[in-house]
Design a protein. Structure first.
Length: 219
């Protein structure tokens, strides 16, 4: 039976990369080095308690956004750090690891003949550090730096459509608001990698708990 798609794109952080663990480890390492103990749950709470980048009046690099986020966490949780010290956070990104199911699933999809891509809210140089963790090549990547915009704005998906160039395309992502909803808006087939077992007002046609089940379906 012929495969249902030619190209599969992925969101990266939260879908392929276990970014919550990576972020917690980064803050634990840096704060302990400064003699401060932070609650990892509170770190995540403060990190996610922010205005989406897509709503800001001007584009800001992801490196700058991560640096600002580290300073915000420090200020709220009693660890006052300089902007120079806060640079530990973007520098840590290259050490954030894939989920255990990521590379096996990607290898199965590659071996089944799918072209693979990434659409991510990140800078090119930061993504380059992450790509070293994957055991498959990606045909293309679309970053916030390239399109000067952040999902859930639609620029990533318009750029992805240009790269796909008329082939049958599926996007797969963990973020409902940042990826699933924009795909629905554009009538783009999407698979929700619902790693947290979340509920949503309108569930997409395809909903999987991990990438393993996505590969089971497609490969």
């Amino acid at each position: 039976m012929a495969p249902p798609f030619d190209v599969i794109t992925f969101d990266c952080y939260g879908t392929l990369i276990d970014w919550e663990t990576g972020m917690q480890h980064a803050f634990a390492e840096a704060s302990v080095a400064d003699g401060v103990q932070l609650d990892p749950r509170e770190v995540l709470r403060v990190l996610f308690d922010t205005r989406p980048a897509s709503e800001l009046p001007e584009y800001q690099t992801y490196r700058d956004r991560l640096t600002d986020a580290a300073m915000r966490v420090g200020n709220r949780l009693g660890w006052r750090i300089s902007r120079e010290r806060a640079a530990f956070f973007p520098e840590s990104l290259a050490r954030w690891r894939p989920f255990p199911d990521t590379n096996p699933a990607l290898e199965r999809l590659r071996d089944a003949g799918y072209a693979l891509g990434i659409l991510s809210n990140v800078d090119d140089d930061l993504l380059a550090g992450t790509l070293r963790h994957f055991t498959v090549p990606f045909e293309f990547t679309v970053t916030a730096q390239q399109v000067r915009s952040y999902k859930p704005a639609l620029a990533h998906f318009h750029a992805g459509r240009e790269r796909v160039a008329g082939r049958r395309w599926l996007h797969a992502a963990q973020g409902y608001v940042y990826d699933v909803e924009p795909c629905a808006q554009l009538a783009l087939p999407v698979a929700w990698i619902n790693r947290k077992g979340e509920t949503a007002p309108v569930r997409p046609e395809r909903d999987f708990p991990t990438l393993t089940e996505l590969a089971d379906w497609l490969a």
